[in-house]
Design a protein around this ligand. Sequence first.
Ligand code: HAM
Length: 427
Amino acid sequence: MDIRIPRGTQDILPGDSEKWQWIEAKIHDICRRFNYTEIRTPIFEQTELFQRGVGDTTDIVQKEMYTFTDRGGRSLTLRPEGTASVVRSYVENKLYGSPNQPEKLYYIGPMFRYERPQSGRMRQFFQFGVEAIGSDDPAIDAEVIALAMQFYEEMGLKGLKLVVNSLGDQESRKAHRDALIAHFKPHIHEFCSDCQERLEKNPLRILDCKKDREHPLIHDAPSILEYLNDESREYFNTVKRLLEEMEIPYEVDATLVRGLDYYNNTAFEIMIEGEGFGAITTLMGGGRYNGLVEELGGPETPAIGFALSIERLLMALDAQNAALPVDKTLDCYLVAIGEEPKEKAAVLLTQLRRAGIKADKDYVHKKVKGQFKAADRLRASYTAVLGEDELAGGVVNVKSMNNGEQTEVPISELANYMKEKMEENEK
Ligand code: HAM
């Protein structure tokens, strides 16, 4: 058999899965503190959702979607990102009618993009994203950014760099778009075929082109910041002021345009500098998308959010040798010697677990020495030895693996004894 894992995907094996669980627990925890609640949407959606939501001119829709026809002849797509699905659900379930506005949502789940796999770029990756839908208060922009920064800081990452920009409202964008077309048009034949197509459809995306990034016209292209109308400028100034008051350092980068079509006004990314990455790497990205709810059939509703991948977070943690405090210990390992004691141990285990104790035993007929080795490997705090003699006496021999102390405990009392020991250890 030569069946292998698909390119650009990975198995998360024991040893790593504990890290994922720890990170996921932290996500739930920080979202509770910021009062965001979880939303779970399907892994696949109608293809049209992403064509309309993410945008026809984006790389994602043009080249990266996993699209298939189901047995009923419908075109479906594995979600390449979460925002379009969340907004679809917000509209479909009429969440705009709930008294809780803005609706503050978050999600964790796999996303799929047919990209060229490389470090930090997978075909299946897990995003943690938040979406605050229903407010145009600049304070919610600052809140969303603050949540992302605080999350990375609580993970123990150093060298974070927050970059912000404004893409302006519709009017500002139109003025900037006209300026970009005038700027690029006379020389557009010097650009790649994608950029030639982008000129009329979405010239902002030329600024983000990986092939043409060294072209001098990109460097002196008209900056969106010069085309912001008063309202957009004021909005951006308030977001920046709030960040300053919250003591969240940032840089403004007028070339930050983001790769999805739905953005306007605030756009931001968090990068990380340092060893193990070479150049600066983008950890996450987000921004405001005030037109998307309406585009997907809902009432005019402002919204903002971000997403980050857990894979890139783990890469950053690895590069900085940041150890996560994951719990890989066992409270009690039962060492059983002889047929009858083994059977009794299986029953005893159930009692321990019902009492909340993390416990295990041997199931592959290891000798006593092997069982003790297993207890060591599993980092058990205690072993409880049950042989023929112990069984006859109705006791187990409990040994602390930390200080070697041994105690005889009646079998019927083992669960209570272990519970007390664990509570003592917690103090
Ligand atoms: P995005 O910039 O396409 O935005 O992706 C956000 C983050 O997802 C990236 O910064 C990166 O951490 C991660 N990511 C993207 N592609 C890959 C990949 N192939 N492999 C590993 N990680 C990846 C969005 O997806 C928007 N929905 C963000 C958003 C939410 N904007 C508003 N609300």
